[in-house]
Design a protein around this ligand. Structure first.
Ligand SMILES: Cc1ncc(COP(=O)(O)O)c(C=O)c1O
Length: 322
């Protein structure tokens, strides 16, 4: 599968709508999960979300939700940063995810989107602090593109990543994505697949929907969490796996020119998984194919998410297929 196909599959218009969506405490039939049209503007400005994946276990009998605890924690962190009130506990949201996956009866990898938006029709221009949110969990099938040999062309964007001085980059808020969207459109217009954004200090930050790392002389370097990045769960997973493989890892400020001199570059994200970068700003990275360390990491990641590596079983929430 090509990169574009793999990523478009996440939003595939022909993926059948699921039977159920979880909304505010119960499963609701898909086509009855509606809101008043007047709620839309505020819902989209002040909403936070997560992207989580459930992989079909190697035995085909279970779905394994990958690092659900960390994603739910980040959802609550995002709500706090945006001063929204979520009326559900982590335990309730975990149960919602399991209930939804079971009801929709997926027998393949599934993508989950827990999200929260201010409930009701809000007339104030600014959504007030503390507004109580409706919480939803949506889901749809996807196909993993791990180890398909895919790669992508990336380029540094003229758009800077939002920073602490404007909006908290640590929040996974829909409004932050206008930033990544502008950068993505620019990249596409210029013949690349994905942007890399620099931060307010003009150091490397991240992609439009994934963190980034480079490899030079066997050392993996990724921008530190104060570089304007979303604290990525995949980033944390990759760093853990690399350290456990005894490979040297650095988290620090990264210059754009370091990307140009890298032996390998890869994006890391729930949706993108481990995505090799084959060109950066028009320069070929390595020999233009996924490098050895990126492939090794990708293989390790694939084993972990499918439940084939016992050492990381604590990262998996098991959902037995009926
Ligand atoms: C802006 C941004 N950065 C990084 C990531 C990677 O985060 P994670 O690995 O938790 O999916 C995402 C994806 O959610 C993202 O949207």
């Amino acid at each position: 599968m090509t990169t574009a196909a793999a990523l478009e599959a996440l939003a595939s218009p022909d993926a059948a709508d699921p039977a159920w969506i979880w909304r505010s405490g119960e499963l609701v039939p898909w086509d009855r999960a509606t809101v008043h049209v007047n709620a839309v503007g505020h819902a989209s400005v002040a909403a936070v979300f997560e992207g989580v994946k459930a992989y079909l276990a190697a035995d085909g009998e279970r779905l394994l939700v990958f690092r659900l605890e960390e994603h739910l924690r980040r959802l609550l962190d995002s709500a706090r940063l945006c001063r929204l009130t979520l009326p559900y506990t982590t335990d309730q949201l975990r149960a919602a995810v399991v209930e939804l996956l079971t009801a929709n009866d997926y027998r393949q990898d599934a993508y989950l989107r827990p999200w929260a938006f201010p409930g009701g029709v809000i007339r104030e221009q600014m959504v007030p602090a503390g507004t109580v949110c409706e919480v939803l969990v949506d889901s749809w099938p996807f196909s993993s593109a791990l180890e398909t040999g895919r790669g992508c062309r990336a380029a540094v964007s003229s758009w800077l990543r939002v920073g602490e001085a404007s909006m908290p980059p640590r929040a996974k808020a829909f409004s932050n994505y206008h930033n990544g969207r502008l950068a993505m459109m620019e990249a596409r217009e210029n013949g690349h697949d994905w942007p890399v954004m620099l931060n307010e200090r003009h150091k490397v930050s991240e992609g439009a929907g994934a963190c980034i790392a480079l490899v030079r002389d066997g050392v993996v370097t990724t921008p530190s969490l104060s570089s304007g990045v979303l604290p990525g769960v995949t980033r944390d997973t990759a760093l853990t796996l690399l350290r456990d493989l005894d490979l040297p890892v650095e988290e620090r400020e990264v210059d754009r020119s370091e990307l140009h001199l890298a032996d390998e570059i890869f994006f890391m994200g729930t949706a993108w998984e481990i995505l090799p970068v084959t060109t950066i700003d028009g320069l070929t990275v390595g020999d233009g194919t996924p490098g050895p360390l990126t492939r090794r990491l990708s293989q390790a990641y694939g084993r972990v998410v499918r439940g084939l590596d016992e050492r990381y079983a604590h990262w998996l929430t098991e959902v037995k297929l009926p």
